[in-house]
Design a protein around this ligand. Structure first.
Ligand SMILES: Cc1cc2nc3c(=O)[nH]c(=O)nc-3n(C[C@H](O)[C@H](O)[C@H](O)COP(=O)(O)OP(=O)(O)OC[C@H]3O[C@@H](n4cnc5c(N)ncnc54)[C@H](O)[C@@H]3O)c2cc1C
Length: 410
């Protein structure tokens, strides 16, 4: 029996085992997937929980439900990979041998990496995050109780998963306070380590002007050194006081990646950005957020890259060259408040451009432009996630980015 072992049954790991179980002979291949938790969280839903749009129950389901017959789901925490011995050790002492390994344990927020965030006495009192389920639920209460003062939305450093999520939170907060008739009592500030609202110039300009229109102050190039009680302090000694801080802590890969000597300084696995094969080992791949590819850390990237990976993997295990090349394709809806959203579609080489998606002229989604249809697309994504994406069903969207419908000149 040949053994494929997948670490992490989140977005990428679940898609992979579903797709490969259909394609790999059951007599020849054993597939095992490991995860530390038996609940699968729909992370894009965390954005909406603080505004009361989704209840917690709508975004959590039992993990086993998405694992197909013929795949063993092992509940356990990965402690270490021994790449020399082709073996994975779990924290409880179990050992899982493999012939091929897929690392898909994602990234997570690490508030302990910024002095004063977790240990300054304000965590979950006046400092919150929405990048975890518990954080989003706790923040919902804090938002409900907030009736005036300085709300600061803040990113510690890039890369983070879903790099537009903090912007979306800010737009939604603006709309939420307007709907509650108290926007004039809230000072909203967006604090980012980037030189602008987003990583890519055209989108950054568009999103930056949306912050201006909403009278949201922006503090750029802000590299936080520490949090002093209720003040953010940067390395260049700027100070930003807050009453309520919504922060996105440093995002890092799982610690076992570092312990196994497989990661960079953020515990991300260095891979070839087109095949996702680890640079150091010919039988280890890293998919989803866990790798160091210079693409957005997003479910859409996990989806498009898994499509390319699946075909490549089938060739690789036959000792044939991998002919598929992942282009970094990402697309993300950006909620902008009042029932509207934008859509951005881009890859390693092409930044988000205006236009229509997926069909030129027809859309129905508009690129870099607010519309209600985009908002409904964002909400419909939850259904697609549970019913199409995770089970690895075909979705009529090409894995590679297309220039059709895009207008570089606008
Ligand atoms: C607030 C927020 C909003 C987002 N919005 C969007 C969006 O609108 N669109 C979009 O495309 N993406 C969005 N994303 C990003 C998207 O959720 C992630 O990019 C995607 O889930 C990555 O998939 P993954 O499989 O790499 O990691 P995950 O889905 O995070 O899965 C990793 C799995 O590994 C497991 N694991 C980790 N460490 C260990 C260990 N040591 N042992 C065992 N198991 C382990 C975890 O339990 C988890 O199940 C958002 C994310 C957040 C936080």
């Amino acid at each position: 029996m040949r053994r494929l072992l997948v670490l992490g049954a989140g977005t990428a790991g679940t898609m992979v085992v579903n797709k490969l179980r259909r394609r790999l002979d059951k007599e020849e291949w054993q597939i095992t997937v490991v995860d530390q938790s038996d609940r699968h969280f729909y992370q894009p839903g965390y954005l909406f929980v603080p505004f009361g749009v989704y209840s917690a129950e709508e975004i959590v389901k039992p993990r086993q439900r998405f694992i197909p017959d013929g795949v063993d789901l092992v509940r356990g925490e990965v402690d270490r990979v021994a790449p020399g011995g082709n073996e994975v050790l779990l924290a409880d002492g179990r050992r899982l041998p493999y012939d091929y390994l897929v690392i898909a344990t994602g990234v997570g927020p690490q508030p302990d990496q910024t002095p004063g965030l977790l240990d300054g006495g304000q965590w979950r009192k006046s400092i919150f995050d929405f990048y975890t389920f518990d954080g989003a639920v706790a923040l919902a209460k804090a938002m409900e109780g907030f009736d005036n003062g300085r709300l600061v939305v803040h990113i510690v450093d890039m890369p983070i998963k879903c790099p537009v999520a903090p912007l979306e939170f800010t737009f939604l907060a603006d709309a939420y306070f307007r709907q509650r008739g108290m926007r004039d009592r809230v000072e909203l500030t967006y604090v980012t380590p980037l030189p602008g609202a987003f990583t890519k110039p055209i989108a950054s300009k568009r999103l930056g002007s949306m912050l201006d229109e909403r009278k949201i102050a922006v503090e750029t190039d802000f590299l936080v050194e520490r949090v002093d009680d209720k003040t953010l302090v940067s390395y260049d000694e700027r100070e930003i006081p807050f009453d309520l801080l919504v922060t996105v802590p440093l995002n890092m890969g799982a610690e076992y990646v570092a312990r196994s000597g497989l990661g960079n300084e953020l515990n991300l696995v260095p891979v070839d950005k087109h095949t996702l094969l680890a640079k150091a080992y010919p039988n280890i791949f890293a998919l989803g957020d866990a790798s160091d590819i210079p693409a957005s850390k997003a479910g859409s990237v996990a989806h498009f890259s898994v499509e390319v990976f699946t075909e490549n993997f089938l060739r690789h295990v036959r000792d044939e060259p991998m002919t598929g090349s992942f282009d970094g394709h990402a697309n993300c809806f950006v909620e902008s408040g009042d029932g509207k959203a934008l859509l951005i579609d881009f890859n390693y080489d092409t930044e988000p451009l205006p236009g229509r998606y997926p069909l030129p002229g027809v859309g129905p989604f508009s690129l870099l432009k607010e519309s209600e249809v985009n908002h409904w697309g964002k909400l419909a994504f939850r259904w697609m996630y549970w019913n199409l994406l995770l089970p690895g069903r075909p979705i009529p969207l090409p894995a590679h980015m297309s220039m059709a419908g895009k207008h570089p000149e606008e």
